[in-house]
Design a protein around this ligand. Sequence first.
Ligand SMILES: Nc1nc2c(ncn2[C@@H]2O[C@H](COP(=O)(O)OP(=O)(O)OP(=O)(O)O)[C@@H](O)[C@H]2O)c(=O)[nH]1
Length: 397
Amino acid sequence: MHMIDNALLTATLSRAAFLLVFLTVVLSQPKERYLWHWLAALVGSSLGAALMMRFPANGEPAMAVSLATYFLFMISLAGSWSGMRLFYHRRIDRRLLGALLLLPLLTFALLDLCHVALHYRRLVITAACVIPAALTVFEIVRPASERLFSSIVVALAFAAYTVVLAGTSAALLLDLAPATLEGLNYPSFAVDRVASILVYFGYIAMAGERANRALRQQAETDQLTGLANRHGAQRALSRLETARTADPESPRAGVLLADIDHFKRINDTHGHEVGDSVIVAVAARLRGTVRNGDVVVRWGGEEFLILLPGADSAAARAIAERLRDAMIRTPVHAAGHDIPVTLSIGIAEAAPEGETLSATIVSADRALYRAKRQGRDRICVDDAEQGDSATMIRPLS
Ligand SMILES: Nc1nc2c(ncn2[C@@H]2O[C@H](COP(=O)(O)OP(=O)(O)OP(=O)(O)O)[C@@H](O)[C@H]2O)c(=O)[nH]1
C-alpha cells in the first residue's frame, strides 16, 4: 500500500469516528439548522477522502469519480460556510451557495472536454476551494453581537486551509508543483490532520459555548420583565464592588430600592394577569427613566433595585423623584383599565471607602421600610452622613 493510501485511510477512519460523535451532538439539538449544515460538511469531507483513495497516484480517475470527489469537497467547504452564516443568524444567499458548489465542477468538466491538461483542471478546483474556506474565516472574524472564545479555534483552522489551498493553487499556476496526487497532497495532509480536528471539536465547542451562555443568561434574567433578576444582579454588584475596591477615589454609587404600593390590592381587584402587566409596565418605566450604564434589577415580587454608578446622594434623589413622578403622572393601562400605581423608594449611598454595596442595599431597604411605614408613595434617604453612629432616615415627601 502507498504511503498516500495509508494517509487517506487513517484520515477517513478518524473522520468517521469524529462524525459519529458529531452526529450525537446534532441529534441532541435537531432544531439547530447550522448543525445540519456542518454535519453535511463533515459527511462531505469524509466521503470525499474515502473516494480519493480510489485515485491513481500518478494519473487521473474516471471523470465521474473525479466530479463526485470534488463535489463532496465543495459540499464540505460550502457547508462549513453556510453553517457558519446560520450560526450567526445571517441569511444564506442560495445563488452564491449554488455557485460555490457547482461552478468549479462545471469548469472542470468543460476544461476536460477541451482537453486542457490535468494540471490546470486541478488548479481550478484547488483555487475554487480557497473561496468558501476564506469566507468561513470572514464569517467568524467580522463584527458580530456575539463573540465566542471557541470560534477562534475554527477560524484558525479555516485560515490554515485557506493558506494551504491558496499556496497549492499558486504552486500549480507557476508550475512549481506536480499535479500528481502525491505531489499535491502531502503538504495539505499535514495541515488537514490538525485543522480537521480543530474544526470538528471547534464546532462542538461553539455549539456548547452558546448553549451555556443561553442557560446562564436565562438563569440571570427575570422571565416576566426581561430585567436582571437577583441572581443576575450579583455580576453587576461584584463588578462595581471590584472597581470601588481597586480605586479608593472611585466615585460614589447611588442605590435605590423601589416597591409598588399596595400591589396585593391590584392583584385582588384586577387579577394576577393584570398584576403581571403592571409589573412589566413599571419595569419598562424604570428602565426608560435611568441612563444606559445604570442597572435595574427585579429584586423581588414587586420590588426593584436600581444601581446608579457615579451618582451622589443629590443625583440619586433627583432620579428617585423622576421615577416616582413618572408613575404618578401616567396610570398603567392594562386589560382596559387605567390603574394608578405609586412607588415607595428607599435610597442609600455607597460612598468611597464607605460600606460595601451589599451593606448599602440593606440600608436602602431600611429606608424603604420607613417610606412604607410613613404612608407610602414617598422617598426616604438612609443618610449615614447625617448622624454619628445612628443612621438618619429622612423622608423627602
Ligand atoms: N401578579 C403578580 N403578583 C406578584 C408577583 N410577585 C409577587 N406578587 C404579589 O405581590 C403581592 C405583594 O404583597 P405585599 O408584600 O403584601 O405588598 P403590597 O400589597 O404591595 O403592600 P406594600 O408593599 O406594603 O405597599 C403579593 O400578593 C404577591 O403574591 C408577580 O410576579 N405577579
